[in-house]
Ligand binder design. Structure first.
Ligand code: AMP
Length: 189
């Protein structure tokens, strides 16, 4: 079975953690655009320098930059039978770009998993993560801004995929195993 899956949800909903687990269970790579940007930043590449100008302020990297990076990544051999996209698409433009990429490869999306969590839970999780991981964009001001950008730019994607009949909503509150079990169940539906 192919598994071409998007994980959608605000920063702090648990997309990265769950993507890693689902990736093992399904045998397809978890592809996190944020992680690719952070790796590029750490290596000091041109892409990393460009992305950091946006990332560190909690702004979105321009669509064209992200789209090209994702198309290249999806073209790698390990993604031929499926993928879990964590953090992409994030704008209606990126939705269209992904549609076009998949069409060119004669592929289709199987599911969009929306992980939900209340705002105060999200802020406290992100502040906790800041202490553990030391991400430049996990300070309180930037966190609030990232949530605002999510509401403004990305929340509308929920409706786009709901209308396509692809969206499954999963409660992201609870321990990691419980949420993982809910996600697996919604993939079987
Ligand atoms: P994340 O790890 O998914 O929270 O992403 C961290 C940061 O990387 C975001 O706040 C953005 O600055 C940038 N980023 C990641 N994915 C995208 C995307 N699909 N579109 C634009 N910017 C992105």
């Amino acid at each position: 079975m192919t598994a071409r899956i998007i994980l959608l949800g605000p920063p702090g909903a648990g997309k990265g953690t769950q993507a890693a687990r689902l990736s093992e269970a399904l045998g397809v790579p978890a592809i996190s655009t944020g992680a690719i940007f952070r790796a590029n930043k750490a290596q000091g590449t041109e892409l990393g320098k460009l992305a950091a100008q946006y990332m560190d302020r909690g702004e979105y990297v321009p669509d064209e930059v992200v789209d090209a990076m994702v198309e290249a990544r999806l073209g790698e051999a390990d993604a031929a039978e499926g993928f879990l996209l964590d953090g992409y698409p994030r704008t209606p433009h990126q939705v269209e770009a992904l549609d076009a990429m998949l069409a060119r490869a004669d592929h289709e999306l199987d599911k969009v998993l929306l992980i939900t969590a209340p705002q105060d839970e999200i802020v406290s999780r992100l502040l906790g993560r800041a202490q553990v991981e030391g991400r430049a964009d996990d300070t309180e001001d930037v966190i609030r801004h990232r949530l605002e950008v999510y509401r403004r730019e990305t929340a509308q994607l929920e409706q786009i995929y709901r209308e396509r009949g692809l969206l499954a909503e999963v409660d992201g509150v609870g321990d990691v195993d419980a949420v993982a079990a809910r996600l697996s169940a919604s993939l079987r539906d």
